[in-house]
Design a protein around this ligand. Structure first.
Ligand code: SF4
Length: 261
């Protein structure tokens, strides 16, 4: 298991910046890094989230970031981060379409835990974007809208880091069911850590209730999974947890966590 003395340069020595297919330049992992990640993943498979977070913050000290949309899982990780490594960089993809309630969670997290979440915005404002596209693209081409207002931004942000942490759980969807605890994220050319991959929704909510962790009040109004306001609806009891996302479209993921490369 790597120790906290492993340095940024140590990791960088096993990364190379390459042009991959037609996308932006991104790093690829050497065999030795992939082996290290596989060993860490096996060792952490049965670990509890705080142990995984501690490992990530030590192994990738100074080169780790976390992305959050202030869902319950993200708020749980922020609670642990505040105890383990509160200076860890954390960002939110502020598309310009988020609920006011979502952005208010950011303020409550800062007030409660002292963690300042950076809002990463597209260069083009919502008004200009809709003007250029003859209206809101989320209605006619949500894939392009997510590509422009989420994926392009996270590509830009992650170029400054060697590893990122997310709050995905394996039981959220078929696409997420194979998510490793630690692995190489080929899409973004960084290491990806998912401390809650093995946790259930109930475990997350038990923690939030027990520790009085701030969360998005829309969850109390039937919104189980919350993204941008135009692409999120509340769900009924018998619906899947993520059924309220891009309802009416075949789309199920914004592309941040899908396994395509
Ligand atoms: S979730 Fe909807 S509004 Fe947000 S970036 Fe994707 S398509 Fe656009």
């Amino acid at each position: 298991m790597p120790s906290k003395n492993d340095s940024k340069s140590n990791l960088l020595s096993v990364l190379e910046l390459n042009q991959v297919d037609s996308g932006p330049p991104r790093a690829t992992a050497s065999d030795s890094l992939l082996l290290e990640l596989a060993e860490a993943n096996a060792a952490l498979e049965t670990a509890e989230p705080p142990e995984i977070i501690r490992w990530a913050t030590e192994r990738f000290a100074g080169t780790l970031t976390m992305a959050t949309a202030f869902g319950p899982e993200g708020c749980a990780i922020l609670y642990w981060l505040s105890q383990i490594s509160p200076s860890t960089h954390v960002f939110n993809l502020e598309t310009g379409y988020q609920f006011a309630e979502t952005l208010a969670v950011r303020d409550r997290i800062q007030a409660t835990y002292g963690i300042s979440v950076v809002l990463e915005r597209p260069e083009v404002s919502v008004e200009q974007y809709e003007r250029e596209n003859n209206g809101p693209l989320y209605r006619t081409n949500p894939n392009q809208c997510c590509a422009d207002r989420k994926l392009a931004i996270i590509h830009r942000v992650l170029r400054g880091f060697n590893a990122w942490m997310s709050g995905i759980r394996r039981d959220q969807s078929a696409d997420r069911s194979l998510a490793p605890i630690v692995g190489w994220d080929n899409k973004f050319g960084v290491v990806k850590i998912s401390p809650l991959a093995n946790w259930t929704k109930n475990q997350v909510w038990e923690l939030i209730t027990r520790e009085n962790i701030p969360y998005n009040p829309l969850h109390d109004q039937g919104y189980t999974s919350i993204g941008c306001a135009p692409c999120t609806r509340s769900i009924s009891f018998d619906e899947d947890e993520r059924a309220g996302r891009w309802s009416g479209h075949t789309k199920t993921e914004c592309g941040l966590h899908s396994r395509d490369s």
